[in-house]
Design a protein around this ligand. Structure first.
Ligand code: PSV
Ligand code: MN
Ligand code: MN
Length: 388
C-alpha cells in the first residue's frame, strides 16, 4: 500500500526548472513563427516564468542561456527573480553560434578558438557567481562531418583539458552538468555523443561534474530509463533536460510524444532516490514552443512531469519487489502498469488545492488575464536565438 500523504508531500516539494528560451520566439531551423506578447528581454522572461510558478507552485527555478540572456547586471536580474518568488537556475553556455566555431569550440583544432570557447565557459561561471546559480550546463555542438576531418582522440584530449579548467574554476557549491547528444549539427562524429562519453569525462573530473540527460538526444529505441538507473547508481545523474521527440531533437512538450517513457524514467528516479533534493537531480525543461501558445505550453509541460512523477510515486514498491523476487513476471509488470494506468489528475488537483492553488493551472492562467496584458503591452518580442 502506498502512503498517500508521503506521495503528496513529494509532489509538493518537487522543483521543475523552466528554460528562459522557451518563453521567447524559438523553433525549428525552417521558420520561427513569432507570437504576440513574447518577452523583449530577460527580465520579461522572468515575469512570464513567475506566471507559470503562480499557477503550478512547483516551478520557481529558471535556467538562463548566455548570451541569449545577456544583461548588464546579473545580480539585478537575480534580484528581479527573487522579487517574483523565483531563483535563477542553470546557466547554459553557448559556444555554437559564432563563425569561429565552424570546426568546433573546445575541441577545435586551433588553440586560439579553444581559448575563446573556454573564456566563454569561464565567463558563465562568473555569471553563476552573480546569479547564485548552482549549475553550469554544457552542451557542445562539436564534432566532424567527414571521416578523416579531424583526429577523434585528439578532440577528446582537447575536451578533457577544457572541462578540467572549468571544473577547477567552479566554487564549492557549483556543479558542471555535461550534456550529450547523438548527432546534429555534426553528422559523422559528435564529441559528446552519448552518456558513456559524458560519464567517462565526469568520472575523471570528480564529484562536481555530472551528466545531464536530455530526453531528445538519443537514437530511436534507446532505453533512457536504463541510463537513468545506471547514472543514479553511480551518483552521476546531474539532471534532465526534458522534452519530447518523435524523430530527432524535436524539443516538443515533455510527455507529449511518449508519456509512458516519461513514467518509466520517473519510476527509476523515484525508485533510486533521485527525487530527494539532496541528490541534486535537476528536473529541467528544454523545449521550444513554435506553434503553440508558450506560457500555457510550459504550464502543461510542468503538469506532465508532475503526472509522470505522481504515477511513479504510486507504484506499490513492496508488491513490486515481492513479485520480482518471486520471479512473477506478469505480476511485477502489472504492479507497474497499475500505477501507470492510474488517473492522477484528481490527486494533483488536491495537491494544488492544499498549496492554495487553483486545481487547474491552465484554466487559472487563462483566467489571470496575463496573456491579454502582455499582448497589449509588449511589442517586438525577442528571438530566443536558437533555430533562427
Ligand atoms: C541543442 O541540441 C540544444 O537543444 C541542447 O539540448 C541544449 O541543452 C540546448 O540546445 C540549449 O543550448
Ligand atoms: Mn538540452
Ligand atoms: Mn537539444
Amino acid at each position: 500500500m502506498t502512503d498517500l500523504s508521503a506521495v503528496k508531500a513529494a509532489l509538493k516539494s518537487q522543483r521543475i526548472e523552466t528554460p528562459s528560451w522557451a518563453y521567447g520566439n524559438s523553433g525549428t531551423r525552417f521558420k520561427v513563427f513569432a507570437q504576440a506578447g513574447v518577452p523583449r528581454d530577460p527580465y520579461e522572461k522572468l515575469d512570464d516564468a513567475a506566471q507559470v510558478q503562480a499557477v503550478t507552485g512547483v516551478a520557481p527555478v529558471v535556467s538562463l542561456h548566455i548570451p541569449w540572456d545577456k544583461v548588464a547586471d546579473y545580480a539585478a536580474l537575480a534580484a528581479h527573480a527573487k522579487d517574483r518568488g523565483l531563483v535563477l537556475g542553470a546557466i547554459n553556455s553557448n559556444v555554437f553560434q559564432d563563425d569561429d566555431y565552424k570546426l568546433g569550440s573546445v575541441c577545435h583544432p586551433d588553440a586560439d578558438v579553444r581559448r575563446k570557447a573556454l573564456a566563454h565557459l569561464l565567463e558563465c561561471v562568473d555569471i553563476m557567481d552573480a546569479t547564485g546559480s548552482r549549475d553550469l550546463k554544457l552542451w557542445f555542438a562539436d564534432g566532424t562531418n567527414y571521416p578523416g576531418q579531424d583526429d577523434v582522440s585528439a578532440r577528446q584530449d582537447r575536451l578533457a583539458e577544457a572541462l578540467a579548467a572549468v571544473c577547477e574554476r567552479l566554487g564549492d557549491d557549483q556543479r558542471m552538468l555535461l550534456e550529450y547528444k547523438l548527432f546534429e549539427p555534426a553528422f559523422y562524429t559528435t564529441d559528446v555523443p552519448d552518456w558513456g562519453t559524458a560519464y567517462a569525462h565526469c568520472l575523471k573530473l570528480g564529484p562536481k561534474a555530472q551528466v545531464v540527460v536530455d530526453t531528445g538526444h538519443h537514437a530511436p529505441g534507446t532505453n533512457i530509463e536504463f541510463i537513468v538507473a545506471v547514472l543514479l547508481r553511480e551518483q552521476k545523474l546531474g539532471g534532465f533536460d526534458f522534452n519530447s521527440r518523435f524523430y530527432a531533437d524535436d524539443d516538443l512538450m515533455v510527455g507529449a510524444a511518449d508519456p509512458f517513457q516519461l513514467f518509466r524514467i520517473m519510476h527509476e528516479v523515484v525508485k533510486n532516490g533521485g527525487l530527494a533534493a539532496e541528490t541534486g537531480v535537476a528536473f529541467m525543461l528544454d523545449q521550444c514552443h513554435n506553434i503553440e501558445a508558450k506560457i500555457p505550453a510550459i504550464v502543461r509541460s510542468v503538469m506532465n512531469v508532475q503526472e509522470a512523477t505522481a504515477k511513479a510515486l504510486l507504484v506499490d514498491a513492496a508488491a513490486l519487489t515481492a513479485a520480482q523476487r518471486a520471479g512473477d513476471v506478469l505480476e511485477a509488470n502489472s504492479v507497474l502498469m497499475d500505477a501507470y494506468n492510474t488517473d492522477v489528475r484528481p490527486l494533483l488537483a488536491e495537491v494544488r488545492e492544499e498549496l492554495g492553488l487553483h486545481p487547474d493551472p491552465v484554466a487559472a492562467y487563462r483566467a489571470s488575464g496575463w496573456q491579454e496584458r502582455i499582448v497589449a503591452g509588449r511589442v517586438g518580442g525577442q528571438q530566443a536565438g536558437w533555430g533562427a
